[in-house]
Write a protein that binds this ligand. Structure first.
Ligand code: AHR
Length: 513
């Protein structure tokens, strides 16, 4: 077999350090993400707080670093005060965003406690849809001020003596989207976000603020939105968000498998706008990109069917919403999207897979029943575990594939990391659907030996996992070789058709230590 792809890397040629926050996730009050997802009092595995132990176990195995909360579209009509104080006195309200009834049995304190149990950082979103500057200031004071004021003492009376100390705050959610409650023009949102950011910094100068960028790359306002919003806020914020969901259109698997190329382009375009605004404003600072909602999601089903069924079903508590069952192909695409995030660490400062449990999620549950890993669980857990140290710049040459939506792309999508202990990780997606592809990876500056291989592939690209059986899981990739020479290592591997692979290698000197 001929070599389909050659990849050149040098351990000293780095794109940037891989931030742990790249492996974030998201829990929204939506569908069964919270209720019967992470929280189910009375479940056989739940603790006395109602936190499902089977789910917590899977979350720890998945390895997210930061979890965004409480929305999403939900946050744009949410009153944070409803979710604090004695549970039996919390109001039951309509959640217009998801046509649901919200009981608030689970709220701010419960999430802070759950995040501690899951060992994740909290990323808290404020409502800039129906609410504004005052409420954002209030919830920050409630959470982060030590004591002695009405709001901070209320938190203490509600059981949290010490401040939560949340550092990461989102200034609203998807305010560019006409579907968003309180949707705004870029100027309206930019002004509101700037004034909200200003007072939040006065209250707690330690916060990191994320201003809302585009909901997706196809938004007619993409570009104009980022520029205008940043013209208002650049001096006051640390990150700008991008949201990105991908799906297979009409059986066009080639384009679907090239989704990472679209994400690369989205990030690079936004990065150019950030630089331009900063230069024009004379600001000597960096603004990171927070891809704080990304995933694969078949939105046609939501738009054409599910949304109508949800409304026809009437107002209910935690109805199931967008519980997509993921396939081998979805897992391969998720793996390549993670590789894109790793490649772009010079600009992407954090990212949150949307979402964590039940709602387009790597973890699924049955109410009162079991929990399981979807196919997409595996690339996330592997990249979160293996991508450490620096992301390496790669030069990729060789075969390409034509795609209807993204033009010609390399047949293999690749990312690589190398850490201070001499561990190297390679993430490789074979976009060829019918044939294996041989890759030759030349890594200069390290004498590497493979010591772990994981591949997700399968003769049936539509195969899924379900509650009682998880047939889709990574298996070792046979035949990976490493040849050493005075300057480095050449690794060869044969990637199965339509597959995602992680390779872990160690520098010999480190392995012997
Ligand atoms: O993650 C599901 C929804 O997708 C979120 O609530 C919203 O922000 C996005 O449109």
């Amino acid at each position: 077999m001929s070599v389909g792809i050659q990849i050149e890397a040098d351990v000293s040629d780095v794109a940037g350090a891989v931030p742990r926050r790249l492996f974030g996730s998201f829990v929204e009050h939506m569908g069964r993400a919270v209720y019967t997802g992470i929280f189910e009092p009375g479940h056989s595995t739940s603790d006395d707080r109602g936190f499902r132990g089977d789910v917590l176990g899977l979350v720890r195995e998945l390895g997210p670093s930061v979890v965004r909360y409480p929305g999403g579209n939900f946050v744009s009509a949410h009153r944070w005060e409803d979710g604090v104080g004695p549970v039996d006195r919390r109001p039951v309200r309509l959640d217009p965003a998801w046509h649901s009834v919200e009981s608030h049995r689970f709220g701010l304190h419960e999430f802070a406690a759950w995040a501690e149990a899951a060992d994740v950082e909290v990323m808290y979103a404020v409502n800039l849809g129906t609410r504004g500057i005052q409420e954002a200031a209030d919830v920050l004071e409630y959470c982060n001020h030590p004591g002695g004021t009405e709001l901070s003492e209320r938190r203490r009376a509600n059981g949290a003596d010490r401040p939560f100390g949340f550092q990461l705050w989102c200034l609203g959610n998807e305010m560019d989207g006409p579907w968003q409650i309180g949707h705004k023009t870029a100027d309206e949102y930019g002004r509101l976000a700037a004034e909200t950011a200003r007072v939040m910094r006065m209250i707690d100068p330690g916060v990191e603020l994320v201003v809302a960028g585009s909901s997706n790359q196809e938004m007619p306002t993409f570009g104009h939105w980022e520029r205008t919003v940043l013209e208002h806020t650049a001096a006051l914020v640390d990150h700008i968000s991008l949201h990105a969901y991908y799906q297979e259109h009409d059986g066009d698997v080639a384009s679907y498998l090239a989704s990472a190329a679209a994400l690369d382009g989205y990030v690079r375009t936004a990065a150019g706008i950030i630089d331009d605004v900063l230069v024009k404003a004379g600001l000597d600072k960096k603004i990171g990109i927070s891809v704080d909602e990304w995933n694969v999601w078949d939105q046609r089903h939501w738009n054409d069917v599910e949304q109508h069924e949800l409304i026809a079903g009437g107002w209910r508590e935690h109805p199931p919403i967008i519980e997509d069952d993921y396939t081998v192909t979805d897992a391969v695409v998720v793996g390549s999207l993670l590789a894109s995030l790793v490649r772009n660490v010079d600009r992407v400062t954090m990212a949150n897979q949307a979402q964590l449990v039940n709602v387009i999620a790597p973890i699924r549950t049955e109410p009162g029943g079991g929990a399981w890993r979807q196919t997409t669980f595996h690339p996330f857990s592997l990249v979160s575990m293996l991508a450490k140290g620096n992301s390496l710049r790669l030069a990729v040459t060789g075969d390409t594939v034509h795609t209807g939506l993204h033009g010609r792309v390399d047949v293999v999508d690749a990312a690589a990391t190398f850490d201070e202990n001499g561990h190297c990780a390679l993430f490789l997606t074979n976009r060829a659907t019918e044939s294996a592809t041989e890759v030759r990876i030349r890594v200069r500056g390290a004498r590497l030996t493979p010591y772990g291989t994981w591949t997700i592939a399968g003769h049936d690209r539509h195969l899924k996992n379900c509650v009682n059986t998880e047939p889709v899981r990574p298996v070792p990739l046979p035949g990976v070789t490493a040849e050493h020479d005075p300057e480095g290592t050449t690794i060869t591997a044969t990637l199965p058709p339509l597959s995602w692979t992680a390779l872990r290698l160690a520098s010999a000197v480190v392995r012997d230590a």
